[in-house]
Design a protein around this ligand. Sequence first.
Ligand SMILES: [Zn+2]
Length: 379
Amino acid sequence: MQVSEANSDVDETRRTSDARHPRVARPVVHRRRPDVVSALTALERLIRRIPKAELHIHIEGSLEPELMFEIAERNGVRLPFASAADVRRAYEFRDLRSFLDIYYAGAAVLHRARDFYDLTLAYLARAHGQRVRHAEIFFDPQTHTARGVAFETVLEGIHSATRDAERRWGISSGLILCFLRHLPAGAAMETFGRALGYRDRIVAVGLDSSEVGHPPADFKDVFDRARAEGFLAVAHAGEEGPPEYIRQALHLLKVARIDHGVRCEEDPDLVAELATARIPLTVCPLSNVKLRVFPSLREHNLKRLLDLGLRVTINSDDPAYFGGYLLENFLGAQQALGLGRADIYRLARNAFEASFLAPTVTRRFVEELDAAMAEKTES
Ligand SMILES: [Zn+2]
């Protein structure tokens, strides 16, 4: 989730989100019995050990305060904070305004290819440390071109970091160019024009920023063009927007995956369609709680969607802002929703199978996952 400045509609959505997601009974909590406690520990160890893929990460949303300060200093950008600790304290945002203030202050430090390189390498280093083997990374060129930074500068920095991370750690990446949906469709088309020279570096196009009031249908032309030019397509839909936006993303934008998609649950026919077509959902549990799509992790519908047969994956969205990277999202969801070993396997496997990797590469990762699942560990 990334949010634009002109975004009062998001506030409106948040005010009504509790009504959309009424409280449900708490799941049975596993505690006290020592054998159960050790089983949980074994699950945590399993989550840490298995190879993982991440399909929903906005690179600008991975800017940690320390790096924000370092880049601001070398670029001579003045930040409205005294120290990195100050920024981190402000990350405990209470509302949209405080989130946006920090988000834009953060993005504004990024000017040179080196800045985008450092940002991306920092994310990939952390992902590698969490056994992420493959990442499909969103970037928002319009956030930067609007500040006078060239499209090429953004792409060059991000791409070089993905290449070096693969060489250094063996972590592979794909880049997804996202259009900001709060800006006009014409601006998206113009941005897409810049991407045409970089087909070898950009695997897909996506749609992000504030959802409500900016339906996927508005972007049909640019998605038609992108697909005709050989790009794959994904779109944020059904996070704060209604199930109808998910339908539009599927039928008009013809996307291969839905980003978030959690509101599909309100429409049983849509759930059936998503299940039959095996459309992956890139769900972001911690983000959904921070932005109040759900009041708490315990009330998140991830487990229900999984049990309905949907191809759910776990992701971090904007990890620097929302309190955790992929591992923390897995651990948080497991603990809050009582996910079992089979759920963890399904979620991890779904991510590899929903990725844009070649089938032979996907198969290799699934074999690696199977081997990690079968590993005997002391409990
Ligand atoms: Zn997102």
